[in-house]
Design a protein around this ligand. Structure first.
Ligand code: TMP
Length: 213
């Protein structure tokens, strides 16, 4: 079966992932690969509307988790699955691990309910579960991230959370990595931007060879 390559990028707010995601897209494109660069929550017209709501409106924890998965379902059906079927490289700025980290870790929402929602939303016709082939986790001490964010844009609902919240989000990512170590690559995001970029290049390069030219 011809299928593409699915790479997600994760980390707490302020970890600095977005610039590196753009570099990875350029790297694959220069090598002649068809790249779909997308993000969550978002990636479709409806999912971007849901993003606006979920990032700016106060809401119940279950509502928040359901909206994240609703946006993800649309994104999978409309964008990600068709791209993977074509053999493209899908680069996604956040995916399901963010829900486990933010809603599960940060908000303390029931982890097993998230597991059930994930099973339903990411189910493939053959009964298997869609997961990224590789998840690049930009891991950073929340105190350092807070310093970086202090000088950044106007914060959204999540970015304005206290450091303790991000410590819990970070623990959520660590738990996901422990549960699925085979697809995770942890990058030390406290390094210089150049050093982080070199680490990112090292973990994504094997997937260039495996993706269709
Ligand atoms: P971004 O600023 O990296 O685009 O991410 C948007 C925010 O949404 C970020 O603070 C993390 C949060 N988020 C969740 O809480 N749950 C999720 O499932 C996703 C994808 C993002």
């Amino acid at each position: 079966m011809t299928r593409g390559t699915f790479i997600s990028f994760e980390g707490i707010d302020g970890a600095g992932k977005s610039t590196h995601v753009a570099s990875v897209a350029a790297f694959f494109r220069q090598a002649g690969r068809a790249v779909v660069l997308t993000r969550e929550p978002g990636g479709t017209t409806l999912s971007e509307k849901l993003r606006e709501l979920v990032l700016h409106e106060p809401m119940d924890a279950l509502t928040e988790a359901l909206l994240m998965f609703a946006a993800r379902r649309e994104h999978l059906v409309q964008v990600i699955e068709p791209a993977l079927a074509r053999g493209d490289v899908v680069l996604c700025d956040r995916f399901t691990d963010a829900t486990f980290a933010y809603q599960g870790g940060g908000r303390g929402f029931d982890w097993q309910v998230l597991v059930q929602l994930e099973r339903r939303v990411q189910a493939l016709p053959d009964g298997s579960l869609r997961q990224p082939d590789l998840t690049v986790w930009f891991d950073l001490d929340p105190l350092i991230a807070a310093e970086r964010l202090a000088s950044a844009r106007v914060p959204d609902k999540f970015e304005s959370q206290p450091v303790d919240f991000f410590a819990a989000v970070r623990a959520g990512y660590a738990r996901r990595q422990a549960e699925m170590p085979e697809r995770f690559a942890r990058i030390d995001a406290a390094q210089t931007r150049e050093a982080v970029g070199a680490d990112v290049a090292r973990v994504v390069t094997p997937w260039l060879q495996r993706s269709a030219a």
